[in-house]
Design a protein around this ligand. Structure first.
Ligand SMILES: Nc1ncnc2c1ncn2[C@@H]1O[C@H](COP(=O)(O)OP(=O)(O)OP(=O)(O)O)[C@@H](O)[C@H]1O
Length: 264
């Protein structure tokens, strides 16, 4: 379900490195509960834009609002505390800890535990229930005591997604969530993303067009640091400028029989 007020809003964002302008006046509004995919050719500026939103970089100009508050130039931890979490291409899990220990760490933060040991003991039953729920959602009950380094790659990515979400953020940035997965793993993972991010707001950078068209409510196309189009998958797929940029590599929409044209 989506609401009208944007929870993430970029207004005329610019970023240059030295004399080179990389992000050149990006405007984007993502509404609550929406799933927006950010696509674009290599070097278009997608990672830079994610770095600007998550606080790893400050914009050279422009305003970024999260849940109505300006966040441009804030430190990443502060932006995280305000409700935005980013999942990376490279695993950010504690490899030597078990699956449930990783989830516990993420949940401790979201349940308000900071430094008080007594507080921690009092909260443990609730914490254990929440860990069990996440293990079930992620399909990782059998692996609960397994060290992360012994999981398959796809299982590690599922746990990483769980850890990102268990922190309680309402706006989630996913950076190439299915990179390195087989076709089957990708299909399964997209279904998992859909299921466990229900109600959250998602901005996803992804190169796999099947994933993009299978997941996104809207697609933003970034080319040379500017948004060329931002619209429904059908409208973006039918946009001549986008077609030209992608040289016909966009897939048919999922509900089209035999890949027939659909001008909905
Ligand atoms: N810290 C930096 N200093 C200088 N140039 C940078 C820096 N970070 C990124 N760039 C340049 O900005 C441009 C956009 O890079 P970016 O990684 O944002 O693109 P991208 O769309 O994410 O590409 P890809 O799809 O290949 O990951 C590239 O030309 C890159 O070399």
């Amino acid at each position: 379900m989506t609401h009208d007020a944007p929870v993430l809003q970029l207004r005329d964002i610019h970023r240059h490195f030295g004399a080179t302008a990389i992000i050149r006046g990006v405007n984007l509004a993502v509404r609550a509960g929406e799933r927006v995919a950010l696509i674009g050719p290599n070097g278009a500026g997608k990672s830079t834009l994610f770095n600007l939103i998550s606080g790893a970089l400050a914009p050279s100009a422009g305003e970024i609002r999260l849940l109505g508050r300006p966040i441009q130039g804030m430190r990443p931890e502060k932006i995280h505390r305000l409700g935005l979490a980013r999942s990376f291409q490279v695993s950010s899990l504690f490899e030597q800890l078990s699956v449930q220990e990783n989830l516990r760490c993420a949940l401790l933060w979201s349940q308000g535990y900071r430094y008080s040991f007594w507080h921690f003991l009092a909260r443990q039953p609730r914490l254990n229930t929440a860990v069990a729920q996440w293990l079930e959602r992620l399909g990782l009950q059998t692996q609960r005591h397994e060290a992360v380094r012994n999981l398959s790659y796809a299982q590690q990515r599922a746990l990483e997604l769980g850890v990102t979400l268990a922190g309680g953020a309402s706006v989630i940035l996913l950076d190439e969530p299915t990179a390195g997965m087989s076709r089957d793993e990708t299909r399964h993972f997209v279904a998992l993303i859909r299921q466990i991010t229900e109600g959250k707001t998602l901005l996803v950078v992804e190169h796999d067009m099947d994933v993009v068209f299978g997941l996104a409510d809207r697609i933003a196309v970034l080319v040379q640091g500017q948004i060329m189009a931002c619209d429904s998958p059908a409208a973006v797929r039918d946009n001549p400028a986008v077609q030209q940029a992608y040289l016909g590599a966009l897939p048919p929409l999922r509900d089209e029989p035999n890949g027939q044209e659909n001008h909905a």
